[in-house]
Design a protein around this ligand. Structure first.
Ligand code: PXL
Length: 290
């Protein structure tokens, strides 16, 4: 019998504390109605922004993992990758995509490697080239503005105009993906917003979705955004609806956390709002990028 639950291969790390990666990917996609098959890239005590983290790299495990799944004939409706435990894993993930993708597999690559102008602590510099290559295999990529700058070889902008944003998105789509999405865009004249810009090469349209910014940065919100975006596209939403649902959900998680006193950057309260992802999201608040 055909599997009635669409299945997602989720290639991310497992971090014990500090919500990110598999500890947000699995609950989000499960709540949205998908079976998640994790491919753990590394096991960490915490994400890499917390001093003293331990990291057990699973690169050596991945080829055997892949071979076993291939022998089982597993099929995936989506392949979604994020944080990698080593730059060598990018090639392994590309191979995974080549072996498992069919005409209707959604491939999403979140080139997790940097934020606020610098690479994360565990990232070797060659990860930039490797993520660029891996991104060429995807339909959808979801870099933040720092990761987009690294992939394009441009400086991280303080501010970016709508025209420049379009040029950045086109530049990313020329690397391969038909639908690049850039998060944390510092759009000129939109200082009050946390903005997401996206491009669909197939119809030539550029989109913008944003929510009022909150004066604190929580870790893991990029992973939350990309997970909801992946689920929304898999449910059949258009690109602007998907970026809007993801931006709205992230804003809800942040507001559900920010109102409490004494919660740090690593304690985003995902479960307080997770239930709002069940059911269909209704179109809300996107616009064409002017
Ligand atoms: O949220 C991105 C992310 C995922 N996984 C690990 C990280 C980070 C960002 O710091 O360190 C292990």
């Amino acid at each position: 019998m055909k599997n009635p639950l669409p299945r997602v291969a989720a290639i991310h790390d497992l971090s014990g504390f500090g919500r990110c990666s598999l500890t947000v990917v699995i609950p989000i996609l499960s709540t949205m109605g998908f079976e998640v098959c994790p491919v753990p890239t590394a096991i960490l005590s915490t994400h890499t922004a917390i001093e003293g983290f331990t990291l057990f790299d699973l690169t050596e495990e991945l080829p055997g993992f892949l071979a076993h799944w291939e022998r089982l004939g597993l099929k995936f409706n989506a392949i979604y990758s994020g944080f990698l435990g080593s730059s060598r894993q990018a090639g392994i993930v590309s191979e995974f995509i080549d072996r498992f993708r069919t005409d209707d597999t959604l491939v999403v690559v979140d080139p997790v490697m940097a934020d606020h102008g610098k690479l994360y602590a565990s990232m070797p510099p060659e990860m930039v080239d490797e993520m660029r290559k891996l991104s060429s295999r995807a339909q959808v990529i979801t870099p933040n503005v720092t990761e987009a700058a690294l992939m394009l070889g441009r400086p991280v902008p303080e501010k970016i105009s709508a025209e420049e944003a379009k040029d950045w998105l086109k530049g990313l789509s020329e690397l391969g993906p038909a639908m690049p999405v850039i998060t944390s865009m510092p759009l000129e004249g939109r200082d009050d917003l946390s903005s997401v810009a996206a491009y669909n090469r197939e119809d030539g349209r550029f989109w913008l979705a944003g929510r009022p910014a909150v004066p604190i940065q929580y870790h893991g919100t990029g992973d939350i955004f990309s997970s909801v975006l992946t689920g929304s596209l898999l449910q059949g939403d258009s690109l602007p609806v998907a970026i809007d649902r993801a931006a709205r959900f992230v804003a809800g998680v942040i507001r559900g956390t920010f109102g409490y006193s004494g919660l740090g950057h690593n304690e985003v309260l995902l479960e307080r709002v997770l239930g709002s992802l069940a059911g269909d999201g209704h179109p809300d608040n996107y616009e064409l990028l002017p």
